[in-house]
Design a protein around this ligand. Structure first.
Ligand SMILES: Nc1ncnc2c1ncn2[C@@H]1O[C@H](COP(=O)(O)OP(=O)(O)OP(=O)(O)O)[C@@H](O)[C@H]1O
Ligand SMILES: [Mg+2]
Length: 330
């Protein structure tokens, strides 16, 4: 195009100013223009597209770190479009990343707030009892022992919260190494049920255990006991008086599904997605009356996931709740 343009302008110049058209000069000018434009194109290609290529490579390196899908180009014009789409994708990823970090920051603040709130109550209780005892209560035989016992209960509560927090942080940082072994699960369920029998009886709740056919699983026995304790204790705490908790086992190919079913209060659907979050409680005052911190299910979920298994909850308000998790059968 440039060469043709140059040729045409030489013809016009010669016709108007020189008065005649010299074919050799025209051809010479066209060749010079052609070579010049060719050099220009090569220059643009090597310099500009090399720079675009460098930018594209840098963007791709950034994107590969976030594992986003990468596009490929066939020619230079595609290259510019590709760069544009890669930059847009990078911007999108960065936006998502910032949102994720903001959410994490919110969780962190919420977590710290929850920890201090949970610890405040027993600490203030202890302070109250100790001050009353120092103010003369120590000599008052009707209250001194009772207040000391109450203070001790609050100390127990603090220890319980700290132990749960420790367990969560160990599970989250991967510090906690599972110690899996082959054991019979129904025997373990029965042990936990026996240990919680008293708690259930005071509420008139019946605990039903599965049949006698032994089922062997491969898991960390101590941790699975923790899971069963929390699920069974929850079913009693949030169960109805004179209700029932059933523990059922369903054998599948190479797995076993364990269900803890109660006919208690049930949980409204809007609470279900957040149930396994740290400190999440459906009915804060009721749960608090039961001595609950809202850490139990978070620990349960971590333990089950550390076994590469899953836990699910289904519930209907006023009807009851079912927690079910899987374990590897051996
Ligand atoms: N079987 C159940 N029926 C009804 N609600 C339940 C049941 N299990 C758990 N919940 C609800 O889920 C919340 C979270 O349970 P989670 O076990 O994490 O905490 P918690 O029992 O309150 O305290 P913690 O287990 O730390 O002592 C409970 O506060 C309760 O509101
Ligand atoms: Mg609990």
């Amino acid at each position: 195009m440039i060469a043709l343009g140059a040729g045409a302008s030489v013809v016009i110049y010669q016709y108007f100013f020189v008065g005649q058209i010299n074919l050799i000069i025209i051809i010479k000018d066209i060749i010079i223009s052609f070579i010049t434009s060719l050099l220009f194109i090569v220059f643009v290609n090597t310099l500009v597209f090399k720079k675009i290529d460098k930018i594209l490579t840098t963007v791709k390196v950034f994107r590969s770190q976030s594992n986003g899908p990468m596009a490929h180009s066939k020619n230079n014009t595609d290259e510019i479009e590709l760069l544009q789409s890669e930059i847009m994708a990078l911007a999108d990823e960065r936006k998502n990343e910032i949102e994720r970090l903001k959410k994490l920051e919110m969780y962190r603040k919420e977590f710290l707030g929850n920890v201090s709130h949970e610890l405040k109550t027993p600490i203030f209780n202890i302070q109250g009892y100790v001050l009353t005892l120092l103010d003369g209560g120590l000599e008052d035989k009707t209250i001194n022992r009772n207040y000391l016992e109450r203070a001790e209960k609050s100390v127990d509560r603090i220890i319980h919260i700290i132990e749960d927090l420790e367990a969560i942080s160990q599970l989250e940082t991967g510090e906690l190494i599972l110690e899996p072994e082959r054991f019979e699960i129904i025997t373990l369920v029965k042990e936990v049920v026996d240990a919680e029998e008293m708690r259930a009886t005071t509420k008139g709740i019946m605990l039903n255990v599965p049949g006698n056919k032994p089922v062997f699983v491969y898991a960390d026995k101590f941790r699975i006991r923790q899971v069963l304790v929390n699920l069974i204790v929850n079913s009693i705490k949030y169960g109805r008086e004179y209700g029932e908790t059933k523990i059922a086992l369903h054998e599948m190919d190479n797995m076993i599904l364990i269900e803890v079913v109660d006919n208690g209060l049930g949980i409204a659907p809007e609470h279900l997605p957040r149930l396994f979050e740290r400190f999440y409680r459906v009915d804060k005052s009721r749960s608090h009356d039961q001595g609950g911190t809202g850490l139990g299910l978070a620990i349960v979920k971590h333990i089950i996931e550390a076994h590469n298994q899953t836990i699910r909850v289904t519930s209907k308000e006023g009807i009851g709740t079912t927690f079910s998790f899987t374990l590897t059968k051996v």
